[in-house]
Ligand binder design. Structure first.
Ligand code: 6PG
Length: 229
Protein backbone atom coordinates (compact mmCIF):
# COMPACT_ATOMS: atom_id res chain seq x y z
CA UNK A 1 0.00 0.00 0.00
CA UNK A 2 1.36 3.44 -0.89
CA UNK A 3 0.27 5.78 1.86
CA UNK A 4 -0.46 9.45 1.11
CA UNK A 5 1.42 11.77 3.50
CA UNK A 6 1.43 9.14 6.23
CA UNK A 7 4.36 7.20 7.62
CA UNK A 8 3.25 3.59 8.10
CA UNK A 9 4.48 1.51 11.03
CA UNK A 10 3.40 -2.05 10.30
CA UNK A 11 3.75 -4.58 13.11
CA UNK A 12 2.79 -8.23 13.56
CA UNK A 13 -0.07 -8.10 16.00
CA UNK A 14 -2.28 -6.02 18.26
CA UNK A 15 0.14 -6.25 21.20
CA UNK A 16 2.98 -4.85 19.14
CA UNK A 17 0.77 -2.03 17.79
CA UNK A 18 -0.32 -1.13 21.32
CA UNK A 19 3.28 -1.13 22.49
CA UNK A 20 4.45 1.24 19.73
CA UNK A 21 1.69 3.69 20.58
CA UNK A 22 2.29 3.27 24.32
CA UNK A 23 5.94 4.23 23.78
CA UNK A 24 4.88 7.44 22.03
CA UNK A 25 2.39 8.24 24.80
CA UNK A 26 4.92 7.58 27.57
CA UNK A 27 7.60 9.67 25.85
CA UNK A 28 5.19 12.57 25.29
CA UNK A 29 4.00 12.39 28.89
CA UNK A 30 7.58 12.52 30.16
CA UNK A 31 8.22 15.56 27.96
CA UNK A 32 5.18 17.39 29.35
CA UNK A 33 3.33 17.41 26.05
CA UNK A 34 -0.35 18.02 25.28
CA UNK A 35 -1.69 14.56 24.46
CA UNK A 36 -5.04 13.81 22.81
CA UNK A 37 -6.56 10.41 23.58
CA UNK A 38 -9.12 8.53 21.52
CA UNK A 39 -11.95 6.15 22.38
CA UNK A 40 -13.30 2.87 21.05
CA UNK A 41 -12.13 -0.68 21.74
CA UNK A 42 -8.63 -0.47 20.26
CA UNK A 43 -6.64 1.95 22.47
CA UNK A 44 -7.22 0.44 25.94
CA UNK A 45 -4.25 -1.89 25.69
CA UNK A 46 -1.96 0.94 24.57
CA UNK A 47 -3.11 3.00 27.57
CA UNK A 48 -2.38 0.11 29.96
CA UNK A 49 1.13 -0.34 28.56
CA UNK A 50 1.72 3.42 28.63
CA UNK A 51 0.93 3.44 32.36
CA UNK A 52 3.51 0.68 32.89
CA UNK A 53 6.15 2.47 30.82
CA UNK A 54 5.60 5.82 32.54
CA UNK A 55 3.67 5.80 35.84
CA UNK A 56 4.19 9.53 36.44
CA UNK A 57 2.03 11.66 34.15
CA UNK A 58 2.25 14.80 36.26
CA UNK A 59 3.92 16.77 33.47
CA UNK A 60 1.38 15.85 30.78
CA UNK A 61 -1.75 17.58 29.57
CA UNK A 62 -4.52 15.21 28.45
CA UNK A 63 -7.33 15.96 25.99
CA UNK A 64 -9.81 13.89 23.97
CA UNK A 65 -10.51 13.89 20.23
CA UNK A 66 -14.15 13.06 20.89
CA UNK A 67 -16.55 12.00 23.59
CA UNK A 68 -19.82 10.14 23.78
CA UNK A 69 -22.53 12.20 25.50
CA UNK A 70 -22.79 10.11 28.63
CA UNK A 71 -21.58 10.75 32.20
CA UNK A 72 -17.88 10.08 32.89
CA UNK A 73 -18.61 6.90 34.85
CA UNK A 74 -20.72 5.39 32.05
CA UNK A 75 -19.04 2.40 30.41
CA UNK A 76 -19.35 4.13 27.01
CA UNK A 77 -17.40 7.21 28.13
CA UNK A 78 -14.07 7.81 26.41
CA UNK A 79 -12.89 9.59 29.56
CA UNK A 80 -14.00 6.52 31.53
CA UNK A 81 -11.93 4.27 29.26
CA UNK A 82 -8.84 6.38 29.94
CA UNK A 83 -9.56 6.40 33.66
CA UNK A 84 -9.86 2.58 33.85
CA UNK A 85 -6.95 1.71 31.60
CA UNK A 86 -4.52 4.59 32.24
CA UNK A 87 -5.22 7.00 35.11
CA UNK A 88 -6.14 4.33 37.68
CA UNK A 89 -2.80 2.61 37.02
CA UNK A 90 -0.60 5.69 37.47
CA UNK A 91 1.44 6.73 40.47
CA UNK A 92 1.02 10.41 39.58
CA UNK A 93 -2.04 11.71 37.73
CA UNK A 94 -1.76 13.93 34.64
CA UNK A 95 -1.03 17.52 35.60
CA UNK A 96 -3.81 18.83 33.32
CA UNK A 97 -6.93 16.84 32.42
CA UNK A 98 -9.24 18.50 29.87
CA UNK A 99 -12.30 16.30 29.81
CA UNK A 100 -15.18 16.81 27.36
CA UNK A 101 -18.26 17.02 29.60
CA UNK A 102 -20.36 14.22 28.14
CA UNK A 103 -23.01 14.70 30.80
CA UNK A 104 -23.82 18.22 29.50
CA UNK A 105 -25.91 19.20 26.48
CA UNK A 106 -23.66 18.50 23.44
CA UNK A 107 -23.69 22.13 22.24
CA UNK A 108 -22.75 23.37 25.70
CA UNK A 109 -20.04 20.72 26.13
CA UNK A 110 -18.59 21.51 22.68
CA UNK A 111 -18.53 25.27 23.35
CA UNK A 112 -16.81 24.94 26.71
CA UNK A 113 -14.26 22.43 25.36
CA UNK A 114 -13.51 24.78 22.49
CA UNK A 115 -12.91 27.66 24.93
CA UNK A 116 -10.56 25.45 26.93
CA UNK A 117 -8.66 24.35 23.83
CA UNK A 118 -8.29 27.73 22.10
CA UNK A 119 -4.64 28.82 21.99
CA UNK A 120 -3.25 25.38 22.88
CA UNK A 121 -1.00 23.47 20.52
CA UNK A 122 -1.76 19.77 20.62
CA UNK A 123 1.46 17.78 20.45
CA UNK A 124 0.37 14.15 20.06
CA UNK A 125 -3.07 13.26 18.71
CA UNK A 126 -4.12 9.64 18.80
CA UNK A 127 -6.88 8.57 16.40
CA UNK A 128 -8.71 5.31 15.84
CA UNK A 129 -10.30 4.50 12.50
CA UNK A 130 -13.81 3.12 12.11
CA UNK A 131 -14.63 0.40 9.56
CA UNK A 132 -16.53 3.14 7.67
CA UNK A 133 -13.44 5.38 7.67
CA UNK A 134 -14.60 7.70 10.48
CA UNK A 135 -12.17 9.38 12.84
CA UNK A 136 -12.99 10.93 16.23
CA UNK A 137 -16.78 11.41 15.79
CA UNK A 138 -16.53 12.73 12.23
CA UNK A 139 -18.61 10.22 10.26
CA UNK A 140 -18.79 9.84 6.45
CA UNK A 141 -20.20 12.92 4.73
CA UNK A 142 -21.07 14.62 8.05
CA UNK A 143 -21.63 18.40 7.81
CA UNK A 144 -18.88 18.93 10.42
CA UNK A 145 -16.29 17.82 7.87
CA UNK A 146 -16.71 21.18 6.14
CA UNK A 147 -16.16 23.15 9.36
CA UNK A 148 -13.49 25.82 9.06
CA UNK A 149 -13.91 27.96 12.19
CA UNK A 150 -15.05 25.86 15.13
CA UNK A 151 -12.66 23.60 17.04
CA UNK A 152 -15.27 21.37 18.70
CA UNK A 153 -18.84 20.60 17.64
CA UNK A 154 -21.73 18.28 18.50
CA UNK A 155 -22.03 15.28 16.14
CA UNK A 156 -24.46 12.50 15.34
CA UNK A 157 -23.19 8.91 15.42
CA UNK A 158 -23.61 6.73 12.33
CA UNK A 159 -22.36 3.56 14.01
CA UNK A 160 -22.75 2.02 17.45
CA UNK A 161 -22.87 3.20 20.12
CA UNK A 162 -25.76 5.41 19.02
CA UNK A 163 -25.31 8.21 21.52
CA UNK A 164 -24.71 11.82 20.60
CA UNK A 165 -21.08 12.93 20.43
CA UNK A 166 -18.85 15.94 20.78
CA UNK A 167 -15.88 15.93 18.43
CA UNK A 168 -12.90 18.00 17.42
CA UNK A 169 -13.29 19.39 13.91
CA UNK A 170 -10.92 18.80 10.97
CA UNK A 171 -9.07 22.12 11.52
CA UNK A 172 -8.51 21.29 15.20
CA UNK A 173 -7.30 17.77 14.36
CA UNK A 174 -5.02 18.92 11.52
CA UNK A 175 -3.37 21.51 13.78
CA UNK A 176 -1.83 18.77 15.95
CA UNK A 177 1.94 18.46 15.58
CA UNK A 178 1.94 14.69 15.40
CA UNK A 179 -1.09 12.61 14.46
CA UNK A 180 -0.96 8.88 15.13
CA UNK A 181 -3.59 6.52 13.77
CA UNK A 182 -3.84 3.23 15.69
CA UNK A 183 -5.66 0.60 13.65
CA UNK A 184 -5.98 -3.13 14.24
CA UNK A 185 -8.33 -5.77 12.85
CA UNK A 186 -8.66 -7.21 9.35
CA UNK A 187 -12.21 -5.82 9.06
CA UNK A 188 -10.61 -2.37 8.76
CA UNK A 189 -8.42 -3.19 5.76
CA UNK A 190 -10.62 -1.38 3.23
CA UNK A 191 -11.02 1.63 5.53
CA UNK A 192 -7.24 1.73 5.99
CA UNK A 193 -6.67 1.70 2.24
CA UNK A 194 -9.26 4.43 1.66
CA UNK A 195 -8.20 6.65 4.57
CA UNK A 196 -4.44 6.36 4.32
CA UNK A 197 -3.79 5.75 0.62
CA UNK A 198 -6.90 7.12 -1.10
CA UNK A 199 -7.54 10.66 -2.28
CA UNK A 200 -9.15 13.11 0.19
CA UNK A 201 -12.87 12.31 0.24
CA UNK A 202 -15.60 13.34 2.73
CA UNK A 203 -17.04 9.82 2.37
CA UNK A 204 -13.89 8.65 4.17
CA UNK A 205 -13.19 11.17 6.96
CA UNK A 206 -9.80 9.67 7.80
CA UNK A 207 -8.60 10.63 4.33
CA UNK A 208 -9.07 14.31 5.24
CA UNK A 209 -6.93 14.26 8.36
CA UNK A 210 -3.19 14.84 8.11
CA UNK A 211 -1.02 17.06 10.31
CA UNK A 212 -0.71 20.43 8.59
CA UNK A 213 2.63 21.40 10.02
CA UNK A 214 4.02 18.20 11.53
CA UNK A 215 3.87 14.50 10.82
CA UNK A 216 1.21 11.82 10.49
CA UNK A 217 1.94 8.22 11.44
CA UNK A 218 -0.16 5.07 11.32
CA UNK A 219 0.59 2.12 13.54
CA UNK A 220 -1.19 -0.99 12.34
CA UNK A 221 -1.13 -4.77 12.16
CA UNK A 222 -0.10 -6.39 8.92
CA UNK A 223 -3.59 -7.98 8.82
CA UNK A 224 -5.15 -4.52 8.62
CA UNK A 225 -3.51 -3.92 5.27
CA UNK A 226 -4.07 -7.44 3.90
CA UNK A 227 -6.67 -6.40 1.35
CA UNK A 228 -4.93 -3.22 0.32
CA UNK A 229 -2.53 -2.79 -2.53
C1 6PG B 1 -15.18 6.74 19.57
C2 6PG B 1 -13.97 7.08 18.80
C3 6PG B 1 -13.91 6.54 17.42
C4 6PG B 1 -13.04 5.28 17.42
C5 6PG B 1 -13.29 4.45 16.18
C6 6PG B 1 -12.55 3.13 16.23
O1 6PG B 1 -15.48 7.43 20.52
O2 6PG B 1 -15.84 5.76 19.20
O3 6PG B 1 -13.08 7.94 19.26
O4 6PG B 1 -13.48 7.42 16.45
O5 6PG B 1 -11.69 5.61 17.49
O6 6PG B 1 -14.67 4.18 16.11
O7 6PG B 1 -13.09 2.40 17.30
P1 6PG B 1 -12.66 0.95 17.65
O8 6PG B 1 -11.32 1.02 18.25
O9 6PG B 1 -13.70 0.49 18.66
O10 6PG B 1 -12.70 0.15 16.40
Amino acid sequence: MKARDVQLIVVDDEDAAARRVAELLAESSREGKEIVLTGGRTPGLAYEVAAELEPDWSRAGVWWGDERCVPPDDELSNFGLARRTLFDRLEAQPGRVHRIRGEDHPAVAAASYERELKGTTLDLLLLGLGPDGHVASLFPNAPGLAETERLAIPAEPKLEPFVERVTLTPPALRAARRIVFLVTGDEKAQAVANALAGRPDPAVPGSLIRSESGETLATMCSRSIALSN
